[in-house]
Structure formats: C-alpha cells, structure tokens
Design a protein around this ligand. Structure first.
Ligand SMILES: Cc1cc2nc3c(=O)[nH]c(=O)nc-3n(C[C@H](O)[C@H](O)[C@H](O)COP(=O)(O)OP(=O)(O)OC[C@H]3O[C@@H](n4cnc5c(N)ncnc54)[C@H](O)[C@@H]3O)c2cc1C
Length: 432
C-alpha cells in the first residue's frame, strides 16, 4: 500500500510495496540501502509536486532511471524519484525529445522507425538519463562523439520546484556541466538531442580469439588504430565463454568497410565469429546479458592516452588471475569525434585514446573480498604500468564507489553550480 502525499495518481511507495521493490531493484545487487519512499511521477508536474513535498518534509532525494549506475547512488536519497514513467519520444524541428525514464533500447527502437539515431549505450537496458549526463561512450563515437555531444538541452525541475530548460542559449554557464557532470543538478524529465541520420548498413558482432593470441591481438589493434576508418569501432575484451578465458573483439561498422574484414586484416583470422549485417537496434543489443542484472558488481576504469606493451601484458595477466568467470576486462576506444566536441562540455577525459574497464560480477557476499581484491590490484597494476601518464580522475559513469576526485579546475565550478541549482543540497548525485 502506498502513501498519497500529492494526488491520487502519485503514490509514495513505502517499504513492502511492489513500487518500492521495483524502485530499489538495481543492476548492482550489492547495493543495499533502504530509502523511506520511492515516488513514481508520470509527468514534470508530478516531479514538481514531489520536490515541493520532499522539501517541505526535509527529505533528501536521489533520481533513478535505468538503474545501471554501479555505485547505486540512484537510491542514495531518503526519497527515490523513479522516472521510468516518463517515456515520451517526439521528433520535431527542435530535435528529438526523449523522456528521462527511457532505456537506450526504447529510444533506439523509436528513432530507428523514423530513420534517425542518437548515439547511445551499447547495452539496451541502460538508462538514457544517467548515460547521457555522464558523457556516453558508444559504437558511433569515432564519427559522432559522445552521447552528450548530441545533447541540445534538458528540461526538468529544480529542488526549489522551478521548471527549467537548460541549454547553451538559456544557461551557457550551466549547460557544459550537464554534458559530463549532469547527474544531480536538477531532476531531468526530458532530454532534447540533435539526431543523426540512421546508418544504412550496420554490421556487428564478436570475433573470438584464443587467450594465447591475446597479446598479439591487442598490440596489432592498437598499432593499427590510427588508420581505422571512422565508420568502424571495435572493443576487445577478455571474457569467459563456456568457462574459458578468450579475447572477444566486439565491434560495429556503419560504412562500406566491414568491421570483421578490417579486424581480420589487422589481426588474422578469428576462431569464431558472430559478425553479420544487422539492424541498428540489433547491433545495439548484441552485448545484452540480462543474467547479470542483480549480481554483486564491482568496476574500475582507467582512461589513457595510449596502451603500452607493459599495460597490455598487465591486462592479459589480470585476465589469467581472475578469481571467477564473472571477471571481464574491456578496452574501449575514445578516438575521433569525442576529441573535438561540437558543443561546450566539461567531460574531463577527452584526451584519452582508450579506456580500460575492469569489471567483476559474482553471486555471493562470501566472495566480495576476493573480487574486490582482484579489482583493486588490477587497477593498481595498470596505473603503475602507465605511470606517470595516467590521469587521476575517472569516468563518473563507471565509478562504483565514492568518486576518487576530479583533478581539474572544473570541479569547483561544478560545486558552485550545484549550490545555485540545489541550495538546500537535497539531491544526491552519483559522485558524492
Ligand atoms: C550493463 C551496463 C552497460 C553500460 N554500457 C555503457 C555504455 O555503453 N556507455 C557508457 O558510457 N556507459 C555505460 N554504462 C555506464 C552507464 O552510463 C552508467 O551506469 C549510467 O549512470 C547509467 O544510467 P542509468 O540511468 O541506467 O542509471 P541510474 O542508476 O538510474 O542513474 C545513475 C545516476 O544518474 C543520475 N540520474 C538518473 N536519472 C536522472 C534524471 N532523470 N535526472 C537527473 N539525474 C539523473 C543519478 O544521479 C543517478 O545516481 C553501462 C552500465 C552498465 C551496468
């Protein structure tokens, strides 16, 4: 049974109710907090009523959309604002308007039907909201940049209860922070994106190589990266298939050069392939793995200007030391259009050419320590391998615990903007 502080349509779901259970159910099953209520607004007006109410009651709040943030900060407030009923998609002369409760799968499907695309997350259940506000690494990044580079404006509600639109015209001092550090500035109800034309041909999948070849595969790809057409993107990963550690070179091409032909010309023939022509939506969900939802999860990431041979050795060695089959290491490319944003953005990692994402998921609390220790030692060894080049800040969307500092000047400006938009410090962002 829910309380009804606002209107008959807007429940505040208390512990024990289905709405509460759904609201606190996150990708990372290790997150265990007990907010007082979960609120499920169906409109910006509902969000406004909610914020007025929780300010009056003196509650803190956090915003939950796709629930993928592994730090679990989406449920860190006393009241969780679950935006998943905000699901409208409209296309007009101003751009694509997307409700903040959509997943990338929802938005990709709606736009594909109209021959359009906004470059977004590579797993279809990830929320449009959290991913966009933190940057947004995606398959189309070499040509179109980060997801936030396509963002024209956001609409939403401040904790003071004001409905606002933030864009480069209306709020030029705030909008760059929305593109990269946008979590927890306001409750976003609507994202306005500049769409791109849907690629006519999309080819994607995974090329599998044996672990013995890992060093050569990674080195060859890195050496050839500068010559890779911008219509191809690839991401090698050390993952377990059927209990065996292998290298899976995942990727997508959207132009005349097929992704698999390019990779095999550089690396040599793969032992297995799932690459084929696909619809864009199919390519966007080819890495989905719903079984990981609710597992205990830890992530570490490192953004680097280059991958040295020592770093590649450490990556392969870390794969061999992995304590379970739930441990994976991904290498993502940060090249191309992401380096030259077409709109002002505070995203701090544009100089990087690669990021290494080290992830672990496991079932039982009894295995927390062994996985945390593998994650920490792997991250430390990678930093050591790349020192002194490694930056001391990480991608906020990949942080799995209190962010370890932003070593650039923009963080103090961000704090000032947060104070301006949320003077009472009501909203809990994902990095504080
Ligand atoms: C399986 C998986 C795949 C991923 N793939 C990618 C990828 O391809 N590229 C990439 O860049 N990242 C990826 N990520 C990381 C992802 O970008 C972040 O986890 C992101 O925060 C998820 O957004 P969400 O809305 O799903 O998460 P949530 O946990 O719901 O939200 C994360 C944070 O965003 C803020 N927030 C959410 N909604 C709003 C809102 N409406 N208004 C204001 N603030 C809000 C809150 O501070 C919240 O703590 C992936 C994560 C997972 C688990």
């Amino acid at each position: 049974m829910g309380l009804r502080p606002f209107s008959p349509d807007l429940d505040a779901h208390a512990p024990g109710t289905e709405g509460y259970r759904r609201g606190v159910d996150l990708f990372n099953g290790a997150v265990s907090v007990s907010p007082r209520f979960v609120v499920t607004p169906a409109s910006a007006v509902d969000v406004q009523a909610c914020l007025v109410w929780l300010r009056r009651e003196g509650f803190t709040a956090s915003v939950r959309s796709g629930g993928h943030g592994v730090a679990g900060r989406a449920v860190a407030g006393e009241v969780v604002i679950d935006t998943r009923r905000l699901r409208d998609v409209t296309v007009s002369a101003e751009g694509v308007s997307a409700g903040s409760g959509l997943t990338w799968g929802d938005l990709d499907r709606a736009l594909q039907a109209r021959g359009l695309v906004v470059p977004g997350g590579t797993v279809s259940s990830t929320g449009v909201a959290g991913l966009t506000l933190g940057g947004g690494i995606n398959w189309l990044l070499p040509e179109l940049g980060l997801t936030c580079d396509s963002l024209i404006a956001v609409r939403g509600v401040t904790t003071e209860g004001d409905m606002v639109e933030i864009s480069d015209v209306q709020a030029p001092e705030v909008m760059p922070f929305v593109r990269g550090f946008g979590h927890g500035l306001i409750v976003v109800t609507e994202f306005i994106y500049e769409p791109s034309v849907l690629p006519q041909r999309v080819r994607g999948g995974s090329l599998i190589y044996e672990l013995l070849e890992a060093g050569q595969v990674l080195t060859s790809l890195v050496d050839a990266s500068a010559d890779c057409p911008t219509t191809i993107n690839w991401s090698p990963a050390l993952i377990h298939i059927g209990g065996r550690l292998v290298v899976s070179v995942d990727g997508v091409s959207t132009g005349p050069d097929p992704f698999d032909e390019w990779v095999e010309s550089v690396v040599g023939p793969a032992s297995r392939s799932t690459v084929r022509d696909r619809s864009y939506c199919d390519a966007q969900s080819m890495l989905d793995n719903p079984a990981r939802w609710g597992a205990r999860t830890g992530w570490r990431s490192l953004f680097l200007p280059s991958l040295s041979s020592r770093c590649i050795e450490e990556i392969v060695e870390a794969g061999r030391r992995a304590p379970s089959v739930g441990c994976q290491i991904f290498i993502e490319r940060m090249c191309g259009a992401a380096k030259h944003p077409r709109r002002p953005s505070a995203f701090p990692l544009r100089d990087a050419n690669y990021d290494i994402l080290v992830t672990a998921s496991w079932a039982s609390e009894a295995n927390d320590e062994v996985h945390a220790s593998w994650l920490d030692s792997t991250a430390d060894r990678l930093v050591e391998a790349e020192s002194p080049h490694s930056p001391s800040f990480t991608y906020v969307n990949y942080a799995d615990r209190k962010e370890r500092g932003y070593a650039n000047d923009s963080y103090s400006d961000l704090t000032a903007i947060r104070r301006q938009l949320d003077p009472g410090g009501i909203l809990r962002p994902c990095y504080a």
